[in-house]
Design a protein around this ligand. Structure first.
Ligand code: MSP
Length: 640
């Protein structure tokens, strides 16, 4: 069997900022990638963003910006967040990249050559206000459930993929490879769905401009899921001159996805690949949902936990640990501050942090900070061997929460041993107690060194700190022979002891959060601004803010949100400014109003209309409140 291991996350939509759900999938993929690297595999780990399609187009239009500008902004946020969370991906694919578009054209070329594409008519529910098709599942009583807009049946020409022809081959694939979809219950769901019969799939849109141009017919763009799924091979250079990575790493070892998108990965994707004559992935794992107050966390429901607060306050590793430990991999779990804090105190501050600080401070106090002679007998070496075995077994079985349980059993054994031997009492016995004191502390120190390896895929930062404190930073770091007992040499000088996780006062903390979080819990409390993002006053002075008076205002045709304003800025001519405020303000009501304008912005076109400036508005969860000076200030007055 090949030693190569290719793991992927879904590529995330860029119509909203990342939340705990996206973080979960990515952290878990990172855990497996790190585990496999430490176990000696050649790992490739891919994540990225899904930037085309109606959702993104609509979100960008709503903000009055181009889709690519929205994508750039959200992608920057993903990059920052993955860095903070120590995500060790090897590549980040964006579907707007040329390398990706080329692969999409290639796969469509192959599917076409296989005779699996024909031209037909796509009929669906069309929202004339948003100028977009709405999925059947989102329509009730001829209205879009999300927006409330009326919808009508409409047809447009479209290319179709003969998905119906793949029913038998897909079923044979599931039957012959019962591990290709995990957990098992999900395999059964997918099989039942496919057994129910498959309809051909529309794979192009004529009514949408934001997507990969359909090869050979630029009146169409490629359906966003065919575009998106191809990322898994485009990032390996499929269809490029150099297909080295593709040859080495395809088929993927594991596509890790949420259960919401299992069908796309287990039905459409393998069918596309089969048609294109390409190997199908080895395994797709559909994990469960993080729920909050019994509701699925999602943007539309508006109860998404923003993670920044937890990360700032408790560190990335604590969040990584909680996500991996709290959710039985594959099932749903609830996200609550209470559960997070309890685990933080019990598992991290207490079981891990205290065991480490007790052991290390006693080594400092009683043994002059030096590791004593090795002992191989006793309960701790045995517990370590068992924990390592169980840990590996559980990781291989894709039960990371169980693997952590095994590591914590080792910590419990270390602690139990300390309690039983009472090194503080042995220290008082002088020479008589010396041997027992040394053997107890060796067992604890060495047990902690092995623990540091087991927790490494989950908490890389803390694992490193623990090794530094043990003086073990230069010792081999892997999940193979480095986990054998006895790796910590006698005489090693331990590092400086510092608490890994200071305990939290849960009551006081929950009170603090309640005061800072809005009632619906949707937003995060204001975060402290990191020093390096603070502006110099000179930079701020570059922004030319002036008072303006609206002279004319009208809606931008065909747009729900945009208003075209002609504004007096005290200049010779009126300025044309386009603002996304039509849903809250009647244009007529704006005429005569004094506003504040950024006067030196580069001009931009919004739905074809040029905007030469931007008005300032407070933004309350997407709802704008236009700012005005408090008094009769003439147009052109500088704002500082
Ligand atoms: N762009 C598609 C995926 C294309 S893959 C070829 C997409 N993007 S998404 O931004 O909506 O992300 C969906 C994924 O985010 C889920 O499959 C899951 O991995 C993760 N999660 C989003 N919300 C989640 C929870 N509440 N709980 C757990 N994971 C969830 O779908």
């Amino acid at each position: 069997m090949s030693n190569n291991y290719y793991i992927t996350t879904p590529i995330y939509y860029v119509n909203d900022m990342p939340h705990i759900g996206h973080i979960y999938t990515t952290v878990m993929a990172d855990v497996f990638a790190r585990y496999k690297r430490l176990s000696g595999a050649r790992v490739r780990f891919l994540t990225g963003t899904d930037e085309h399609g109606q959702k993104i187009d609509k979100a960008a239009r709503g903000q009055g910006i181009e889709p690519i500008d929205l994508a750039d902004r959200v992608v920057a946020r993903y990059h920052d967040l993955w860095k903070t969370l120590e995500i060790s991906h090897d590549d980040f694919i964006r579907t707007t990249e040329e390398r990706h578009k080329r692969s999409v054209a290639q796969i469509i070329g192959r599917i076409t050559a296989a005779g699996d594409i024909y031209k037909g008519e796509y009929t669906g529910w069309y929202d004339a206000r948003d100028e977009a098709f709405v999925p059947d599942s989102q329509v009730k009583d001829e209205h879009d459930i999300e927006s409330g807009h009326p919808v009508e049946r409409l047809s447009e020409p479209s290319y179709f993929f003969r998905l119906s022809a793949y029913q038998d081959r897909l079923l044979a694939w599931y039957r012959d490879n019962p591990d290709c979809i995990r957990p098992r219950t999900r395999l059964n769901e997918v099989m039942r769905f496919v057994e129910g019969g498959l309809r051909d799939l529309s794979i192009s849109r004529a009514s949408l401009g934001w997507g990969v141009s359909y090869p050979g017919d630029d009146q169409h763009v490629v359906y966003v899921w065919l575009d998106a799924l191809t990322n898994y091979i485009s990032a390996l250079g499929f269809g490029a001159e150099d297909e080295k990575l593709y040859d080495e790493f395809w088929p993927a070892t594991l596509h890790l996805v949420g259960k919401d998108i299992l069908r796309f990965h287990c039905v459409y994707w393998p069918a596309f690949l089969m048609s294109a004559g390409l190997p199908v992935p080895q395994q797709v794992f559909g994990h469960g949902w993080w729920l909050q107050d019994e509701a699925k966390m999602s943007k539309s429901v508006g109860n998404v936990v923003r993670p920044d607060y937890l990360i700032n306050r408790f560190g990335a590793d604590a969040l990584r640990y909680f996500l991996a430990r709290e959710m039985a991999f594959g099932q749903d779990a609830s996200f609550s501050d209470q559960a997070f804090l309890e685990r933080f105190n019990a598992d991290l501050a207490n079981a891990l942090g205290n065991t480490a600080s007790r052991t290390l401070s006693m080594t400092g106090r009683y043994l002059e900070g030096r590791v004593p002679a090795e002992v191989a007998e006793g309960p701790v070496p045995k517990a370590a061997e068992e924990a390592v075995g169980r840990y590996r077994e559980r990781m291989e079985a894709l039960e990371p929460h169980r693997a952590l349980e095994a590591a914590w059993q080792l910590l419990a054994a270390i602690n139990g041993h300390i309690q039983e031997r009472q090194p503080w009492a042995l220290a008082k016995e002088g020479d008589d107690g010396r041997e027992a004191l040394e053997s107890t502390l060796y067992a604890s120190l060495e047990g902690l060194r092995i623990t540091s390896l087991l927790i490494e895929p989950f908490m890389p930062g803390i694992a490193e700190q623990l090794r530094l404190q043990l003086g073990a930073q230069d010792l081999p770091r892997n999940l193979g022979d480095a986990t054998d007992w006895g790796g910590l040499p006698a005489g090693t000088v331990i590092g400086k002891t510092e608490p890994l996780f200071p305990r939290v006062d849960i009551k006081a903390f929950l009170k603090e959060i309640a005061m800072e979080t809005p009632k619906d819990g949707a937003a995060t409390p204001t975060e402290p601004v990191p020093e390096d993002t603070l502006l110099d006053i000179e930079d701020f002075a570059k922004v030319k803010l002036v008072v303006g008076e609206v002279r004319k205002a009208e809606r931008v045709p065909k747009s729900k949100k945009l208003v075209r304003l002609m504004v007096d800025l005290g200049e010779a001519e009126l300025r044309q400014i386009v603002a996304g405020i039509a849903e809250q303000y009647e244009p007529e009501a704006l005429v005569g109003r004094r506003i504040v304008v950024v006067a030196n912005l580069k001009p931009a076109k919004l739905m074809g209309v040029e905007s030469r400036g931007m008005l300032l508005a407070a933004n309350l969860e997407g709802v704008p409140f236009v700012l005005s000076p408090d008094g009769e200030v003439p147009p052109g007055t500088t704002v500082i």
